[in-house]
Design a protein. Structure first.
Length: 56
């Protein structure tokens, strides 16, 4: 059996933990959830969408 250095061992542990959490998340919600980006609902009212452009 090969002896692993600390960085490789730590990388394997982190990737296994992420994989486990992702599988649990898919099992709970039925799909993976995006944690890094907030998805804005396009149907909600926003004043930005209805501003009148001056000069047109």
């Amino acid at each position: 059996m090969k002896k692993m250095n600390k960085k490789a061992l730590l990388k394997d542990i982190i990737s296994a933990a992420r994989c486990k959490l992702r599988d649990e998340e898919i099992e709970l919600y039925g799909k993976p959830i995006n944690h890094s980006k907030i998805v804005k609902n396009k149907k909600t009212y926003s004043r930005k969408n209805y501003k009148i452009k001056i000069g047109e």
